[in-house]
Design a protein around this ligand. Sequence first.
Ligand code: SAM
Length: 226
Amino acid sequence: MDYLSEFEDNYFDIAIVDPPYFSGPEKRRYYGRKNSPIGVKRLYEELSEWEVPAKEYFDELLRISKNQIIFGVNYFDYPFGPGRIVWDKVNGRSSFSDCELAYCSLHDSTRLFRYMWNGMMQGKSISEGHIQQGNKKLNEIRIHPTQKPINLYRLLVQKYAKKGDKILDTHVGSASSLIAFEEAGFEYVGFEKDPIMFEKAKKRLEEYKRKSFELISLFEVEEVEE
Ligand SMILES: C[S@@+](CC[C@H](N)C(=O)[O-])C[C@H]1O[C@@H](n2cnc3c(N)ncnc32)[C@H](O)[C@@H]1O
């Protein structure tokens, strides 16, 4: 909230945010029991306590951004407009939620996006998100207990952002959002309060930038050789 107050009205073209909707992180036993019977390290053990954002946060978000996509809309007591995005996680019989809901200020209708996200079972691509990625080695590595897939954010920017937009994510978590913003060439600002998660997310984003740079360099060398 301290930093958001520094931005002028409508500074960002779009805010794509995923705030926590329960105080925790372990209040809900999100990733099972704290002590795994087989010694698996629980992701949430490292995360610090967080708070569910209050009305003031949403007021401020709407002040500094022209448009918003806000995940967890069904958990927040705030008078959002009618537009909704439904992310169907194609998660079969998992006991986790089948879908996540976001408020979207860019339309009044409800739009559906299917992308498998259930433990090791992940979607193949944006267009074939309902089909499981056959090669587990290509799965996205998870560093955060409530990490969303990069492909979800890729789709959101493809559909809802336009060239030159400035994008805000106030609750970065694993940086899946920032990777998609970076890749599409947007100017962006991200916040993450937890210091350990901040470092992990920064490392993930930097690794992504380095790999993209290596790919571009390889491509340029091949072009020269031809
Ligand atoms: C639901 S998670 C976001 C997950 C993210 N969308 C992803 O794909 O990884 C919410 C994140 O917000 C962070 N957080 C909680 N309160 C915050 C605050 N006041 N400012 C910034 N980050 C905060 C938590 O540490 C957590 O990493």
